[in-house]
Design a protein around this ligand. Structure first.
Ligand SMILES: C[S@@+](CC[C@H](N)C(=O)[O-])C[C@H]1O[C@@H](n2cnc3c(N)ncnc32)[C@H](O)[C@@H]1O
Length: 347
């Protein structure tokens, strides 16, 4: 193809915005975005049950309000909110209101009680939960040139790149504060400023309760020297090409997103505090209750995937309490309600 047919050069933020969310973008297409990602939500129903348990803790901290909100932020097809509502005990479920906030269209089969919105509802009392949202919020990419100056990376629809203007203004300040680049040609960083802003505006929708962002993350001491911008097509990693044919994502600087009072822990720590340990069921169960043993073994396998080192367990959970104490994930693990055998049979 000629250079002209590939269109203009632009920064990665505008290019990814058009490729994902533009009129003919990936997330607007007939196929929808779901074919391109598989998250913790799809890995196991244990994840939604753990989030339901967290919602119950928020409910307690709020003094059991008459209406308890659960907002599935960037909900995909709404699987998390559906799973959370289904896993609540009856007394909480009776007061719970479920919302899915999503750019893509509402799936026809979604439970009609779940409200489908383009923006978070105002005045949330409860839990706002954003699983793998911020990594899909487009950002600019900076690269150090031969003179040691960080410049914006420009890209065309075919994925070809060249360097543009030096990074300046609020973006330069963000880099200096959160991702300082040594003067070494080729080093790269993603400028997370739009994610900080999107997260702050989602948290502002919560009147009282907790906001949680879960994502592939890095912090100041673990920034990758060449960034993490990448593509996914049909679940497989591929070069990021902003033509609407693949998902475009980059890990999130969750420490930069954190507002006062918030903190980041790993998914492994968070799920452990919510009763998911991945421990295998006791072998005796195999002879006394073989069906329960097989179910518990399958659950243990799924829990292991959700908490795996080098996998989903390394994800960051950014907890942002609003008007409630920050004790929600400090409690010891529960009594194993998330595994399908009675408590007394678990070790
Ligand atoms: C990787 S998917 C995660 C879906 C779901 N949370 C899950 O864990 O399976 C990211 C989703 O974020 C949605 N999204 C991105 N920006 C959004 C925004 N500003 N408001 C609502 N949804 C958004 C996309 O449409 C996409 O469905």
């Amino acid at each position: 193809m000629t250079e002209v047919s590939q269109g203009e050069w632009s920064g990665w933020r505008a290019a990814a915005e058009a490729a994902l969310y533009g009129a003919d973008g990936l997330y607007r297409g007939a196929e929808g975005p779901a074919a391109h990602f598989r998250t913790s939500v799809h890995a196991s129903p244990l994840f939604a049950r753990a989030v339901a348990r967290l919602l119950c803790r928020v409910d307690e901290a709020l003094g059991r309000p008459a209406a308890l909100d659960f907002v599935d932020m960037a909900a995909g097809r709404g699987e998390l909110v559906a799973g959370v509502l289904a896993a609540l005990p009856a007394d909480v479920a009776a007061r719970a209101r479920g919302y899915a906030v999503e750019i893509a269209d509402r799936p026809e089969t979604l439970d009609h009680r779940i409200e489908w919105l383009a923006e978070p509802p105002k005045g949330v009392t409860g839990l706002l939960f954003a699983n793998e949202w911020l990594d899909n919020v487009p950002v600019e990419v900076a690269e150090v040139d031969s003179a040691g100056v960080p410049r914006l990376v420009l890209v065309r629809r075919d994925g070809r790149e060249r360097l543009g203007e030096p990074v300046s203004g609020a973006e330069a300040e963000w880099l200096a504060r959160w991702w300082p680049l040594p003067a070494e040609e080729g080093l790269r960083a993603e400028i997370g400023l739009p994610r900080d802003e999107e997260w702050a505006s989602a948290v502002a929708a919560v009147d009282r309760g907790l906001a949680v962002a879960v994502d592939y993350a890095h912090t100041a001491d673990t920034r990758p020297p060449f960034g993490t911008l990448t593509g996914f097509r049909q679940g497989r990693e591929t070069a990021p090409v902003p033509d609407g044919s693949c998902d475009i994502t980059a890990h999130v600087a969750l420490d930069a997103c954190t507002l006062p009072g918030g903190r980041v822990l790993t998914q492994r720590e968070a799920l452990r505090a919510l009763g998911i340990t991945g421990a295998r069921p006791p072998l005796e169960l195999a002879s006394t209750r073989p069906a329960a043993y097989v179910r518990a073994l399958a659950s243990a396998g799924e829990a292991a995937e959700l908490t795996a080192v080098g996998g989903l367990g390394d994800f960051g959970w950014l907890l942002q309490p609003v008007g409630v104490p920050d004790a929600l994930l400090r409690e010891p693990p529960g009594a194993g309600l998330l595994v399908d055998v009675p408590d007394h049979e678990e070790q």
